[in-house]
Design a protein around this ligand. Structure first.
Ligand code: BV8
Length: 234
C-alpha cells in the first residue's frame, strides 16, 4: 500500500502579519528601532536585561489584542482531515496557531507566553510582564527571561523535525523569508527526502529558487486556497 502522504509545514512571521503582528524584516518590522543583536541574543540580555524584557513585555501585551487569521484557521482544518503524518513547525513565538486549533505543532524558536528562570530552571506558561518580577519558584530577581530561542541558542525539537523531514512527501514554507538557520535549511532536507516543496509568501524570497512550487499573495487568501485544493483531493 502506498505510504500515506506525510506533510511538514514551516511557518514564519508572515502568517501572523494579517493578524496585526509585525514581521521581523519588513518595513516597520519588529526589529525596527532595535538591531536584532540588541534584543534577541544572550549577550543583549546580559548587557541590558531591562531593554530586552521591555521588548518582550510589549510583544506579549500586543498578543492579547490580536486574533488568528484565515491562514491559521485553514492549517487547523487541514490537520483535522489529513490522514497521514502531519507536523506544523512554527518559527513564531505567538500563540495564534494554538488559538486557531492546531495541535500537532512545534515552536522551534520557543513561545512568548512561556517564561523561565535563569537561576533555578523553573519554567511555565506566563502571560503578564516579566520586568521587575521575581521567580515564583526561587524568589530571586532579576532572574526571569522569556522562554524563546535567541540567536546563538539551540532551537527546540530539531530531532523530531529531522525525523519528520526525513519521511515527508510534501513540505510547505509559509510566510518566512528563509534567512534564519537552521529552519531555513528544512526545505533542502525535505527535497533530499524526495518531497514536493511549496513556498507560500507575499512575494519571492531569497530562498524561492530552492522550492519546486510557489504561491504568491497574502497568506489569508493563498493558504486558504491551497488547503482547499489539498482537502478537495483527499
Ligand atoms: C543556532 C525568536 C546553533 C525570538 C528568533 C547556519 C546554521 C545554523 C545556524 C546559523 C547558520 N548561519 C547563521 C546561523 C546563526 C543564526 C542565524 O540564522 N542567523 C541569521 C540571521 C544569519 N541562527 C541561530 O542563532 C539559531 N541557533 O544556530 O544554534 C545550533 C544550530 C543547530 C543545532 C545546534 C545548535 C537560532 C535562531 C533563532 C533566533 N530566534 N526569534 C523572537 O521571536 O524574538 S529569529 C526570528 O526570525 C523569529 O523566530 C522569526 O520567526 C525568524 C525568521 O523570520 P521570519 O519568520 O522568516 O520573518 P521575516 O520578517 O524574516 O519574514 C517574513 C516573511 O513573511 C517575508 O518573506 C514576507 O514576504 C512574508 N510576509 C509578510 N506579510 C505576509 C507574508 N507572507 C504571506 N502573507 C503576508 N500577509
Amino acid at each position: 500500500m502506498a505510504d500515506r502522504p506525510a506533510l511538514v509545514i514551516l511557518t514564519g512571521a508572515g502568517i501572523s502579519a494579517e493578524s496585526g503582528l509585525p514581521t521581523f524584516r519588513g518595513a516597520g518590522g519588529l526589529w525596527e528601532g532595535h538591531r536584532v543583536e540588541e534584543v534577541a541574543t544572550p549577550g543583549a540580555f546580559a548587557r541590558d536585561p531591562e531593554l530586552v524584557l521591555r521588548f518582550y513585555d510589549a510583544r506579549r501585551r500586543a498578543l492579547s489584542t490580536v486574533e488568528p487569521n484565515p491562514a491559521h484557521h485553514a492549517l487547523a482544518r487541514l490537520e483535522a482531515v489529513w490522514d497521514g503524518p502531519f507536523l506544523l513547525v512554527t518559527q513564531n513565538v505567538d500563540d495564534l496557531h494554538e488559538r486557531a486549533g492546531s495541535k500537532r505543532l512545534l515552536h522551534v524558536h520557543g513561545e512568548l507566553l512561556r517564561a523561565r528562570c535563569t537561576i533555578c530552571g523553573w519554567a511555565d506558561r506566563w502571560t503578564g510582564d516579566l520586568l521587575g518580577v521575581a521567580c515564583p519558584s526561587c524568589g530571586r530577581r532579576p532572574a526571569l527571561r522569556p522562554d524563546v530561542v535567541w540567536f546563538e541558542e539551540v532551537p527546540i525539537g530539531l530531532e523530531r523535525i529531522e525525523a519528520a523531514l526525513a519521511r515527508c512527501t510534501l513540505f510547505a514554507a509559509i510566510g518566512t523569508s528563509g534567512q534564519v538557520w537552521p529552519a531555513a535549511g528544512f526545505v533542502d532536507r525535505a527535497r533530499r527526502a524526495g518531497a514536493h516543496t511549496v513556498e507560500l509568501n507575499l512575494e519571492p524570497t531569497d530562498a524561492s529558487d530552492r522550492f519546486h512550487e510557489h504561491r504568491f499573495g497574502p497568506a489569508s487568501r493563498v493558504v486558504a486556497a491551497w488547503v482547499e485544493e489539498l482537502t478537495a483531493r483527499r
